[in-house]
Every structure is written in C-alpha cells, then in structure tokens.
Write a protein that binds this ligand. Sequence first.
Ligand code: HEC
Length: 151
Amino acid sequence: MFQPKHLLIAIILGGLFIPSVSWADNTDDIIKYRKAVYTSMRGHIGAISRIVRAGLGDYKGHITDHAVAIQNAAKIVPSMFPEGSDFGDTGALESIWTDQKGFEKASQRLVDASGELVTVSQSGDMKAIGKAVGAVGGACKNCHDNYRASN
Ligand code: HEC
C-alpha cells in the first residue's frame, strides 16, 4: 500500500544526496550567481545614467535607490570569489586570488564611490550627481582593468 511516509523519506533522502553530486556543479553556480549580481549592477548604473543624461527630473529621487543597490552589491563582491572558482565559464583573472588585498581594495573603492553617490543624490544637484556617477564608473573600470579578462 502507498505510504505517504515513504514518499516523504524519499524526498528527504533525495534532497540530502543532491549537494554531494558534484563539487564542480556548485562552482558553476557560484560563477553564474556572481555574473547575475554584476549584471544587476550594470542595470542600476544604466538606469542612473538614463535619468541623468535624459534629464528625467521626475525620477531624480530614484537615483538614491539605484546607488544603494550598487553599494549593497559592491559589499558582497569579495565573498563571491571563493578559492577554486577561477575555472569554468568565467572572466575572473588569477590576480583576484594572488592579490586578494588589491581585489578587496578595488571592491572597497566601489563601495565608497557608490556611497558618495548615495549622499550626493540626495542633494538633487544633477551636475554633482553626474560627477559621482563618473566616479562609480571609474571604480568598475579600475577593477575590470586589473581583475577581469578583457575578452
Ligand atoms: C572589485 C572588482 C570589480 C568591481 C568593482 C566591478 N566588477 Fe564587474 N566584474 C568583475 C569580475 C572579476 C568579473 C568577471 C566575473 C566572472 O566572469 O566570473 C566582472 C564581470 C562583470 C560583468 C559581466 C557579467 C557576465 O554576465 O559575464 C558586468 C556586466 C560587470 N562586471 C559590470 C560591473 C559594473 C557595472 C560595475 C560597477 C558598478 C562593476 N562591474 C564593478 C570585477 C569587478
């Protein structure tokens, strides 16, 4: 006779076995995960640039939200590169692991630049905001120049 209890046990055991299937699968997912985080950063900076360049004054107040999102993402950047995640479909350079201090510094530069943008965005001064956006872009580029393959 069908016993729901057995089904439950099967599900639990099945669930337990999944993580041990392959270590490499996990690495692929970490790489996909960090790419998704970076893609979200690009989305936010793109949204800010659109507001600034097109002079969308009605949306000026949104710049703070986008800047906070970038800053939050920047804070978790170093943790997305565990040892061993340098193989696979990744543009991460070896220098991330051989020069961890420099990589953390490059991440911090983005935390600081986006923090500055959060502050300046509250002033509503579009010229100052434009300048702060430029500094954020500079922090992205600085890290890419040193730690990302330029395919
Ligand atoms: C501290 C270093 C660092 C900073 C700061 C940084 N990036 Fe990156 N970025 C990387 C690395 C390394 C990769 C490659 C990740 C991979 O392929 O595993 C990457 C990849 C990307 C990608 C490609 C994602 C994909 O799908 O392949 C985009 C887009 C991106 N970054 C945008 C940005 C933007 C926008 C900023 C600034 C707001 C930024 N990054 C700041 C290091 C950085």
